[in-house]
Write a protein that binds this ligand. Structure first.
Ligand code: AMP
Ligand code: MN
Ligand code: MN
Length: 321
């Protein structure tokens, strides 16, 4: 029996939490688990608490049932998915404090081990992949499969990032076998953009700047620009992916303003720089090739601070090789 199955057998209530600004893997694993519990142990009182997510994920079963505000409820078991540390749970961390038992399911190298029990597989493409390994396939119905497939698609950039393994593909194949509409999931949740989202993508690319001899690229969107276009953080998905694909670029940085002098920073690397180390230094985290953090100062300050760390890693590599 897996740790998840054991913990579910020993509880009558469960709360599922993920990370702030939930992405495809966070939503997919939270709702995948929610739907699984409903078929595996329907007697368990279960709820999901997450910040508001992009409506493009509304096809996931249970999306409308996600609670977005804290309340007085408490649950015996707290399961945290795709969140590398306690702070990333945001305001919903109160349910972790109120619970008698906790389980953390994750795939971040930077996971701090904040859960009482943890299943953290840093080699896994996504939390959905980790979750699949914890589930009894008998109880994975089409709705669970759609959630897990969505998470895998998003964290692998549609099966192409280096975190994609033969095992990832096997799991995706098993999920396809459950009848998921894979083409539509990929198009509607990953590639499709609203007109405004395309405009902000265009603006970010137009204003991007290369530095460190073209080995790095960055672009920044300020709050006044976000207001002008009427976009929020959820509309910026995909910008970093396009920056990352600029020829000759090892590290791509995208940031958008979240406060007077505060930026949400995304980092991606090609094959040299460990961006999880860079992000961790500034209080964030993530994976070797994809990481993020929140930084203060002006755009200039943020880039200066990041470039010192990136350049150091690039130089180390040059000296080695
Ligand atoms: P993003 O650039 O926001 O798409 O994030 C890339 C990866 O880094 C994801 O796996 C995130 O979970 C992780 N990440 C982003 N921001 C943070 C943060 N502030 N702290 C820890 N991990 C983060
Ligand atoms: Mn995530
Ligand atoms: Mn993930």
């Amino acid at each position: 029996m897996t740790i998840l199955e054991q913990m579910l057998l020993n509880t009558d209530s469960a709360v599922i939490l993920g990370h702030v600004r939930p992405d495809g893997d966070c939503l997919g694993s939270a709702l995948g688990l929610y739907n699984y519990i409903r078929s595996f142990r329907p007697d368990i009182r279960t709820a999901v608490y997450l910040e508001e997510a992009s409506p493009k994920f509304a096809y996931l079963k249970g999306f409308e049932e996600i609670r977005h505000r804290t309340d007085d409820e408490s649950y015996r078991l707290c399961i945290c998915v795709d969140s590398s540390d306690r702070e990333r749970l945001g305001e919903f961390a109160v349910y972790l404090d109120r619970a008698q038992a906790s389980l953390c399911l994750d795939h971040h190298v930077t996971n701090t081990g904040y859960g009482e029990c943890s299943v953290v597989e840093a080699g896994a493409s996504s939390t959905c992949e980790v979750l699949f390994g914890q589930m009894d396939e008998k109880y994975i119905d089409k709705s669970v499969a759609e959630c897990l497939y969505t998470g895998i698609v998003h964290d692998t950039g549609v099966f192409k990032f280096s975190c994609t393994s033969p095992k990832t593909m096997e799991i995706a194949g098993r999920l396809m076998g459950k009848g998921v509409d894979f083409g539509n999931i990929i198009d509607d949740s990953f590639y499709r953009k609203t007109y405004i989202q395309n405009q902000i993508l265009g603006r970010a690319l137009l204003e991007s700047i290369t530095f460190l001899d073209g080995r790095c690229i960055f672009s920044a969107i300020r709050q006044n620009e976000m207001k002008f276009y009427g976009v929020d953080g959820k509309d910026m998905d995909g910008i970093i992916d396009q920056l990352r694909l600029t020829e000759g670029v090892e590290v791509a940085i995208f940031m958008y303003q979240t406060g007077a002098s505060e930026y949400k920073v995304s980092l991606r690397s090609q094959n040299i720089v460990d961006v999880s180390r860079v992000a961790s230094f500034f209080g964030g985290g993530g994976h070797v090739r994809a990481a993020g953090c929140t930084m203060s100062g002006s755009i200039h300050d943020v880039i200066n601070n990041l470039s010192l760390h990136i350049e150091k890693q690039l130089n180390e590599r040059e000296q080695e090789g």
